[in-house]
Each structure stands twice: as structure tokens, then as C-alpha cells.
Write a protein that binds this ligand. Structure first.
Ligand code: ADP
Length: 267
């Protein structure tokens, strides 16, 4: 792959649910090695954009390229890791150790746990070390805190050595101190391992000191630039993002629509 080629290239993308546009004319290019914070208020279209990127939704307009390939032709899905807030849902009774959960990240390659070779197990250990969870390796996942569980899910995504890692609101339900540690770990992964990261969050304040670039979404892409440029324009951006447009979106938003249960609604 050409080093400068975008990892993600989005051109003129629009998406509507039942005729109502939630993304309009999005153009965004993400360069290899960047750590992008994709921010916007709740309901601003962040998850919809990620679902379009992952091929889960079909936009009526626009083009998406992943690693230079048109989405419809792209097949190297093992190059992309994905962690969502919903990953963090193991209850205290779930009977799998950290090591077992992380090794599930290799199942696509090797099949079941019993087929893991020594080399695979070494990779699992490395991934666990990358997220600084080695002391919990043989603990049940259900005994860990929310922040620790999220680090385990990052390790599960890392074990297949993705080039791009997408995290959709990964710190929901994680306490403030653990969020800092979590972001520091992501920054290290980005810097030291060269993994391109896209962090989706509604909480911009917490992440500006960790990311290299910021994109602000609220139906339209209001801003995309490096962190320094963002900080220069922050006040203006906040009023644009949390002002006029968000009211239009919340006006149409069904207050009874339960986000956590909408998995099957889109076609
Ligand atoms: P965010 O991730 O920024 O919170 P979403 O992409 O989840 O925003 O949602 C954007 C808008 O689309 C919201 O108004 C939301 O209510 C609406 N929406 C999300 N999923 C569906 C769906 N499956 N069907 C209809 N509307 C949806």
C-alpha cells in the first residue's frame, strides 16, 4: 500500500433512515498513523457513519474506500478491529478468563481454542501485555472493572494485528481515572505500534490531549483537522456543533427509541 494513501476515504456520503437524512455530504480522509477523535453530540450520526464504514448500512449516496479499495470490493476485514461500548457487557458470572477472551480474537484464523498453537498463545500474551493486563491474565473477565474489561476487548481486537482500530464510545461506564489510563494506552498503541485509530465519542473534552486529529460531526462534518487547529477553533466549533443543527436532530428524535435495542432495525 502507498504509505500516503488514506486508510479511510469518504466522498460525498449521505445516509437517511426512512427518508430522514442523518448524514449529509460527508467528505473525510483518514491518513495512516493518525489517531482521530470523531466527536459529536448524541444522535449526531457517529454510529451511523461507522456502520456505513463497516458495510453494515448501505448509503444511498457517496463512496467509501478502505485501504484504497472501494467498500464493495474490500475483503481484508482482518485489517480492521472494532470495539464498541456494548463489548463491555460481560456480567460477573461469565466463565471465561482474560486469556480465553483475548484468544477469541484469533478464532477467525485458527478455529477453536484447542487449535491454538504455542505461537498463537504467544500472540495472545503479547496483546494482553500491550494493554497492560498481564497480572489479570487468568482472572475471569466478569471479575474485572468496566475499564479493565474494555482493555481486554482492545487486546482481543489487537491479537489479529489490525492496521486500523475503530472504537465506538469505548469509555461509556468507565470511571474518569480509568478513562485517562485507557486513552494513554491508546496513544501508545498509535505511536509505538503505528496502528491507525478512530475513537468515536460524544465527550470531546476528555480526549483532545491524546488524539492527533479531530473530526466534528453533526449530520454534516463541521470540522476536520489536527488537534492544534481544532484548539484554535474550539469555541466556534462548540457553538456550531451544539447549537442550531442539534436542535433539528433532537426535534425529530423519537424519545422512546431505545438505542441499545435498535440492532435489527436497519435493513
Ligand atoms: P450517534 O452515534 O452520534 O449517537 P446515531 O448514528 O446512533 O448517532 O443516530 C443518528 C440519528 O439516527 C439519531 O437521530 C437516531 O435516533 C437515528 N437512528 C439511529 N439508528 C436508527 C435506526 N435504526 N432507525 C431509525 N433511526 C435511527
Amino acid at each position: 500500500m502507498d504509505k500516503k494513501q488514506s486508510i479511510i476515504e469518504i466522498n460525498n456520503l449521505s445516509f437517511a433512515y426512512n427518508g430522514r437524512n442523518v448524514l449529509e455530504d460527508i467528505n473525510l480522509s483518514i491518513k495512516p498513523g493518525s489517531f482521530l477523535g470523531l466527536v459529536g453530540p448524541n444522535g449526531s450520526g457517529k454510529s451511523t457513519l461507522i456502520k456505513c464504514l463497516l458495510g453494515l448500512l448501505n448509503p444511498e449516496q457517496g463512496e467509501i474506500r478502505l485501504f484504497g479499495e472501494k467498500l464493495g470490493r474490500f475483503h481484508k476485514w482482518e485489517d480492521i478491529g472494532f470495539v464498541s461500548q456494548k463489548a463491555n457487557s460481560f456480567n460477573s458470572g461469565f466463565p471465561a478468563t482474560v486469556f480465553e477472551v483475548v484468544s477469541m480474537g484469533l478464532y477467525g484464523k485458527v478455529g477453536l481454542f484447542r487449535f491454538l498453537t504455542k505461537k498463537h498463545k504467544e500472540k495472545v500474551r503479547e496483546a494482553i501485555e500491550q494493554v497492560e493486563m498481564e497480572e489479570f491474565m487468568h482472572k475471569n473477565i466478569g471479575q474485572l472493572s468496566g475499564g479493565q474489561q474494555q482493555r481486554v476487548f482492545i487486546a482481543r481486537a489487537l491479537v489479529s494485528e489490525p492496521k486500523l482500530l475503530i472504537l465506538d464510545e469505548p469509555t461509556v461506564g468507565v470511571d474518569a481515572k480509568s478513562v485517562k489510563r485507557f486513552y494513554t494506552m491508546l496513544k501508545d498503541l498509535n505511536r509505538n505500534k503505528g496502528i491507525t485509530l478512530v475513537l468515536v465519542t460524544h465527550d470531546i473534552g476528555a480526549m483532545t490531549e491524546y488524539v492527533t486529529d479531530v473530526a466534528c460531526l453533526n449530520k454534516h462534518l463541521h470540522f476536520h483537522g489536527d488537534t492544534e487547529e481544532y484548539e484554535e477553533q474550539e469555541d466556534d466549533m462548540m457553538s456550531r456543533m451544539y447549537g442550531h443543527d442539534v436542535q433539528i436532530i433532537t426535534h425529530n428524535h423519537d424519545p422512546h427509541h431505545d438505542h441499545s435495542a435498535d440492532g435489527g432495525r436497519e435493513s
